[in-house]
Design a protein around this ligand. Structure first.
Ligand SMILES: Cc1ncc(C[n+]2csc(CCOP(=O)(O)OP(=O)(O)O)c2C)c(N)n1
Ligand SMILES: [Mg+2]
Length: 282
């Protein structure tokens, strides 16, 4: 599908439609067991749509393609967003989404690397960027031009290992490495515990090229991803300001958007409201 081709002109309307599909998939998933980490998933849906349907080079028919760009979801608990993207990309069946979080499902609430399309096991926070640095170094050794994108979260920046990895990436001039720093303002049951601001300045101080965007503004996200292609010897960080629950007002306004659980009737109402609002925009 996207094999070998550098991204062309973005079709912003099509990417927005993809993001809507990702949100729809996530609602289906959360309704399955009545619960999930959907707030984060809805927040990062626009970024995953821009990645999987514009920026990343990969082949859904050949996941082991050596030259593929890698997407590492460090926050395993955001798995709902990755399952949605993989289903939308045709890598896992859409019909499987309802099994999210159920016993024996491949679609665990935290990522498993035995599920097709998953590059690393996530969940133990603070490890994704280090793995991304290792992969980017390995790819360079192999003479590959592939890129490595690592999503990590604001809460995760409190892990010291994140900064060890950040330091190494600039030391090794890994300009094929892109950190997607999801700053959604929450960490488990409330606001981010330690003040991480100014986030962008911290990454800059570690030698990274940094941009900061509204992570729910498709045009801004696509532009930031395009500027992160520069071969200037610096790793790239995109600080994404996202809204937990984006696109679903009942979740946007929930005090418990880290882990959201309601009964099936309420899910049905949430989904009906979502479809109405999508319909009204068309
Ligand atoms: C090493 C490690 N410590 C603690 C946890 C437990 N934990 C799971 S999610 C989470 C919050 C992390 O912050 P963030 O990703 O910003 O949370 P969110 O935005 O999803 O609320 C924590 C502490 C973990 N998964 N890994
Ligand atoms: Mg957070």
């Amino acid at each position: 599908m996207l094999r070998n081709s550098p991204p062309g002109q973005p079709d912003i309307a099509a990417l927005r439609a993809r993001a809507t599909n990702l949100r729809r998939h996530m609602l289906t998933m959360a309704r399955g067991q009545g619960q999930g980490y959907i707030g984060q998933g809805l927040g990062i849906a626009d970024v995953l749509a821009a990645l999987y349907f514009h920026e990343l080079r990969y082949d859904p028919e050949n996941l082991a393609w050596a030259e593929r760009d890698r997407f590492l979801l460090s926050t395993g608990h955001y798995s709902i967003a990755l399952w949605a993207a993989l289903a939308e990309a045709g890598i896992i069946p859409v019909e499987e989404l309802v099994t999210y979080g159920a016993d024996d499902s491949r679609l665990e609430m935290s990522t498993l690397d035995t599920t097709p399309g998953v590059e690393v096991i996530g969940g133990s926070l603070g490890h994704g960027l280090g793995q991304g640095v290792g992969q980017a170094l390995g790819l360079r050794l192999l003479g590959s031009d592939a890129r490595v994108f690592v999503e990590l979260s604001d809460g995760e920046m409190q892990e010291g290992s994140t900064w060890e990895a950040a330091m190494s990436a600039s030391h090794f001039k890994l300009d094929r490495l892109v950190a997607l720093v999801d700053c959604n303002g929450i960490q488990a049951d409330g606001p981010v515990v330690l003040d991480m601001e100014p986030v962008a300045d911290k990454w800059r101080a570690f030698g990274w090229d940094v941009s900061e965007v509204d992570g729910n503004d498709m045009e801004a996200v696509v532009a930031a991803l395009a500027s992160a292609r520069a071969r200037d010897g610096r790793p790239k960080a995109i600080v994404l300001r996202t809204l937990p629950g984006k696109g679903v007002p009942r979740i946007e306004t929930s005090e418990k958007s880290h882990f959201f659980r309601v009964d099936v009737r309420e899910w049905d109402g949430i989904i009906a409201d979502f479809e109405r609002s999508v319909g009204a925009l068309q």
